[in-house]
Design a protein around this ligand. Structure first.
Ligand SMILES: [Zn+2]
Length: 136
């Protein structure tokens, strides 16, 4: 006997716009940090003390680690809030829409929202790439 067909996996949903902007800013920031570090290391290479070269290599690296940690923590916080059952967050900007009714305009970004559709998009986003089906 053939096993029963399983429900299809939910289609991947696009990332909310405010989170995409954060990723773009983060990538630009890391790139700028790399450019600054390369500039520091290449300018006057060979004529400066070794200790200064170590400082030019280590300080931007530490700054990059701190920036990456901050980015990941704020990302986790933003997405965790939006996944709280019953919580309503604007899909465009992440602003809390609790107490703003079932439909209307986001007071932060001005985009119109529908609570049912917004919750469905967040559910789709939180399940992206994950198979929530029970084991066969
Ligand atoms: Zn908004």
């Amino acid at each position: 006997m053939l096993p029963e067909p399983r429900e299809p996996v939910l289609a991947p949903h696009p990332t909310p716009p405010f989170l995409r902007k954060r990723v773009h800013r983060f990538v630009a920031g890391i790139f700028a940090l790399c450019v600054v570090q390369a500039g520091l290391l290449l300018a006057g290479a060979g004529s400066r003390p070794f200790l200064l070269t170590v400082v030019f290599a280590v300080v931007p690296g530490i700054a990059g680690c701190v920036y990456t940690t901050w980015f990941l923590l704020t990302w986790h916080r933003a997405t965790a809030r939006a996944k709280i059952p019953g919580e309503l967050r604007c899909w465009e900007c992440g602003y809390s829409l609790d107490g703003h009714g079932e439909a209307g305009t986001c007071p932060e970004c001005g985009k119109t929202f529908d609570a049912h559709a917004t919750r469905a998009m967040w559910r789709g986003y939180s399940r992206r790439g994950r198979d929530d089906r029970p084991p066969a």
